[in-house]
Design a protein around this ligand. Structure first.
Ligand code: ASP
Length: 403
């Protein structure tokens, strides 16, 4: 406990120091990139074995497949509902504030979308089934590994006695992975410091000015979702104090902010939930990896606002029906977005295409994507953590803070 409190204070200091050093060093902060990259690599290194070990161990401890189905249903409903709520907030704000009206299209940069292939929804679903399990792991295909872990976990539970050695193996493997995560977490303050210093130093604040109102609209929407919508759900259905929860999850949210990757943050999110909130491994190991991969409230909100911003800048007005299409496609595009930096920008093409907006519009918002990516990823991870706690409570778990 003492260590945990200390770590999140350290991370807070790391963010502030990182910002100051970044501003002071400017372009020279580039040299810190290697430190940030090493931290991200450590996190990435552990994701696949951690998901495999914790999901299989979690499902085995659930016992029966019916309970898994019930948790799955609650998870699905919560994730869909919160994503739709986020998009609704974004759409309301962008219609009220109209950040794109009167934007000078001269600032438009040509954007090269070559190599940024947008996957179709059908192919995303098809690709969940791995042709080769080892290759899926080697290629960091998170959804495929989740699928594989589900199968393994359910089969091991079904077989029972004969699979006992495998049960013991996965449980012990899981404990070992958690230990390694603990160690990586000790390095989080250094990693966060380097990433923030690098980003702020090399970004240059001048790019922010012309797009300030657009950015503020996204940030306002993300804040409403993170500070009002999710905490209300957390207290109502999770019966958990949001103020305590933000302290519990601070290290995860800060890591999400600095890495801009929900997947890379997953080990830390898992660690924070288990250690600080009392959410069981059974629920966390299933709800969280799934959330990191498909539940992206921040991304969905961002994509809806960005698409509307582009429409406004091009002087294209969209009626309610078209905005409903934006709502649905932004939700789907956020589900399809990989949990890596910049993924939301790529799947946004799905939204633009659905309502015939010019893809080149993405060029306008490219310059400020990184900073918004950091923020939406923090909200994505916050949403996953709230969801896991709500599902745990709905499953009757005793958590550390009862309201
Ligand atoms: N970076 C985001 C994430 O990992 C995805 C996005 O680009 O919106 O959650």
């Amino acid at each position: 406990m003492y260590l945990k409190v200390k770590i999140h204070t350290q991370i807070l200091i790391a963010i502030v120091l990182g910002a100051m050093v970044g501003l002071a060093l400017g372009e020279k902060a580039e040299h810190l990139k290697i430190v940030g990259d090493m931290f991200i690599k450590l996190l990435k290194m552990i994701i696949i074995p951690l998901i495999l070990a914790s999901m299989v161990a979690g499902i085995i401890s659930l016992g029966d497949a019916r309970r898994l189905g019930r948790i799955g249903l609650k998870t699905f409903v919560y994730y869909m509902a919160t994503t739709l709520l986020a998009v609704t907030v974004g759409l309301l704000l962008v219609n009220l504030i109209k950040p794109g009206v009167g934007v000078d299209m001269g600032a438009e940069a040509a954007v090269d979308m070559a190599g940024r292939e947008t996957p179709s929804l059908g192919s995303i679903i098809k690709d969940i089934i791995p042709e080769n399990p080892i290759a899926a792991m080697a290629e960091n295909k998170v959804l495929s590994v989740i699928f594989l872990s589900l199968l393994l976990g359910i089969a091991i539970s079904r077989i029972g006695e004969k699979a006992r050695p495998l049960m013991a193996l996965f449980e012990s493997f899981n404990a070992v992975m958690m230990k390694i995560t603990d160690w990586i977490m000790l390095l989080a303050p250094v990693g966060v410091f380097a990433l923030i210093a690098y980003t702020i130093g090399t970004m240059g604040l001048s790019v922010l000015r012309p797009l300030a109102v657009y950015m503020l609209t996204v940030i306002l929407g993300l804040s409403i979702h993170a500070v009002i919508t999710l905490p209300v759900l957390l207290s109502l259905f999770g019966k958990y104090s949001p103020l305590k929860f933000i302290r519990d999850m601070f290290s995860a949210v800060a890591t999400a902010f600095s890495t801009a990757s929900s997947a890379a943050t997953l080990p830390i999110t898992m660690e924070c939930l288990r250690e600080n909130t009392g959410v069981s491994n059974k629920v966390a190991s299933f709800v969280l990896p799934l959330g990191a991969t498909v539940n992206m409230d921040g991304t969905a909100l961002y994509e809806a606002v960005a698409a509307m911003f582009i429409a406004q800048a091009y002087g294209i007005s969209l009626n309610i029906g078209q905005q409903l299409v934006i709502m649905l496609t932004a939700t789907l595009a956020s589900i399809g977005a990989a949990a890596i930096p910049g993924a939301g920008l790529v799947t946004m093409v799905i939204v633009l295409k659905a309502v015939n907006l010019p893809e080149e519009g993405i060029g306008m918002i490219l310059a400020v994507d990184r900073i918004l990516d950091m923020m939406r990823t923090a909200v994505n991870v916050w949403g996953d953590a709230c969801g896991t706690t709500v599902v745990a409570r709905l499953e009757g778990e005793e958590l550390k803070v009862q309201l």
